[in-house]
Design a protein around this ligand. Sequence first.
Ligand SMILES: Nc1ncnc2c1ncn2[C@@H]1O[C@H](COP(=O)(O)OP(=O)(O)OP(=O)(O)O)[C@@H](O)[C@H]1O
Length: 373
Amino acid sequence: MWRALGTVQDPEIRRPITELDMVESARVDDAGVAHVGILLTIVGCPAANAIEAAVRAAASGVEGVGAVELTVGVMTPAQRQALTERLRGDRGTREMPFGPGTLTRVFAVTSGKGGVGKSTITANLAAAFAARGLRVGIVDADVHGFSIPGLLGVGENAPEAVRPTRLDNMILPPVAHGIKLISIGMFLDDPRAAVAWRGPMLHRTINQFLTDVYFGDLDVLLLDLPPGTGDIAISIGQLLPNAEVVVVTTPQPAAAEVAERSGTLAVQTGQRIAGVIENMAGLVQPDGSVLDLFGSGGGALVAERLSTIAKRPVPVLASVPLSVELRTGGDAGVPVVIADPESSASRAILSAADALLAGGRSLAGVKLGLSPR
Ligand SMILES: Nc1ncnc2c1ncn2[C@@H]1O[C@H](COP(=O)(O)OP(=O)(O)OP(=O)(O)O)[C@@H](O)[C@H]1O
């Protein structure tokens, strides 16, 4: 029975419920009735129905079990605190786990100006990493123009709950398409309201996202930065000097200069520029001809200039074409990389993700900060 219950994962924490002290009791009586008591983390846990159904299914699959009697309780504050301490593991009470020394690859996706598809690329890169079997998280740091929840289908019109669960001072991020995500949009009473915060407040919010949100052990963390070189980009530079920066630009040569500035800031804060992704490149038309709506060469130009600034070669990771599928996938909350992995946009993004993984930094000397089970 215990083994069967061990196959049930908490959908938000993504660990077996048997490891989270969520199974209070489990026994099978002589009549073949399984008596299972589970403890939810909080009252009104959004995952309650899913957990109950999974527990029932797992218990009834055990040999000799004819019926399942399930009792559902809620953890006491002390049990909850023990759980959050355990989840934080050896990282101590409120330490930020993604700074220098982390085993997680941290990519900050930036652009010189808005509307170049930075958020669309971030969501699709995350989906590409998840498709490669990696554990992926996204911090939507574009607090003034948050769009990641919508792009991954947890926007205001989506069926899933968009309010993250809170376990005392730990925040459990919603999971969409296997990606854990957190966004300022999830904390606003009115997601349409403008966020009018200044630097210190933004800095605190990003710091809190990185510290109090339980991402668990991630292989990759992506940050969707606001366009330009504002307060958030500087905060991320200070908090995560180990982050690798991905610069998104259009093929328009005139856009190259502004994109270059974002890369320059990264170099100044000691971050490594992982590469450039050119987005909105030539549109293949029904007759097979290519329409360069936004010109061409912008990606190569930015990469060349950033190579000079960084004093090391900065590659163009991919050139993603203008694509109706990419746009409609974003509108529908299903990244094109998942919906149509064979489309030309998907192939370009998947190859960019592979190039990013291949260009990994050395882990020599990095402390193994894995959470205990
Ligand atoms: N390659 C592409 N082909 C077609 N449409 C695209 C492409 N890339 C992005 N788009 C569309 O362009 C619009 C802007 O994209 P997105 O919101 O990702 O840009 P952004 O750079 O993150 O903007 P901001 O930083 O201002 O939030 C969206 O409607 C998106 O669907």
